[in-house]
Design a protein around this ligand. Sequence first.
Ligand SMILES: [Zn+2]
Length: 414
Amino acid sequence: MSSTLHVAPVVLSMVGAEPIRDGAVLVEDGRIVAVGSRSEVHSAGARERVWRGVLMPGLVNAHAHLQYTDFGDLALSGLAFPEWIRTLTARRADFSEVMWQESARRGVHHMLRSGTTAAADVVTDPCVLVPVGRSGLRGISYVEVIADDAMWAGGRRAAFLDTLDGASGGRALGVSPHTPFTVGTAVFEECVAIARERGLRLHPHLAETAHEAEFIRHGTGRFAELNRAVGMALELLDGGSGGGPAAYLAGFDGLGPDVHVAHGVHLAAEDRALLREQGTAVALCVRSNAILAAGEPPVADYLAEGAPLALGTDSLASSPSLDMWEEAAAVRELAIRQGYRADDLDRRLVEAVTVGGAAAMGGLDGAGALRPGGLADLAVFDVPTQGDPYAALLAHGTGSCVATVLGGRLVHRR
Ligand SMILES: [Zn+2]
């Protein structure tokens, strides 16, 4: 039995709101045994690691596409969303399985290096499942579906089911019907049914752009043109649904506590209320939204309304980094600009990148919090510890990760 005592000036367990000063976390065989102040945690025989800064749960990235890590130049291209997605789709043809796997591995490395130990990873090419699974990264790989009825019947349904039944390197699987403008309504509904039959979670993109909201309501606009250009026959092309994006999903039971959506930029109050009532969390990706000129999500409203929130980076194809603190700082700035004034902002954003992200994926076996019995997924950030640690993480967290522990194993150290 190997035991390690991790000691730091501040420990944030994310179980209670109070930071533990001069704190300690005792880890044995990959699990947490005790969390408390150094004087309370008894650790006879444990090897001791003394850290600077804040010791806390490994962070949770609630929306990413690891396989697109090597598409970083696209984030600098200045393309708006419709042109961007067309370019990304065209670029895919140049990539082999080995290249996708390498790209995904590099993404995992970026995450571990910045203190992220769990991620909701959307998987377009199933060849990345095994390498990501083997890396030990926690979270769920959501197998993506893009199809109209003809594509679905013509092989994509069979391929999708094969992926769900195939090897995943130990990685938990979920289902990601890509978006309402790339998945037919009947196909989307069947994806939801398949996920529920198998007890898998769901994670679609929703309301990322105003074009999407228009397409859902009226069946018109840029995505109608794009669909006609590529010959996709979606039900929404026939006049739209008449309602908002969340109402559209609710129309076929596509919301619920087993679902979290990415983006949620263009959602009016009644759509946000629907998500909340159904227990559906939103993973905000505000830096990606800014790069793709998709708009700004109503962060202040989400916070004031008590929405279940998580944060994501999206992929490097539309984001400057996979560092969750950089994302959280951008969300903070937006919330303040939108008029959010309550003094709980920093703490709630730290919750969003820990317990909030884990909750968006069904809890992840206690990830996002430090509790006896839980998995020892920890991160240490070298930020000032004299004042409020939540504020310090938001202000100085970016690039500050000095150690990451995954299942008790030190996987990054600087
Ligand atoms: Zn995405």
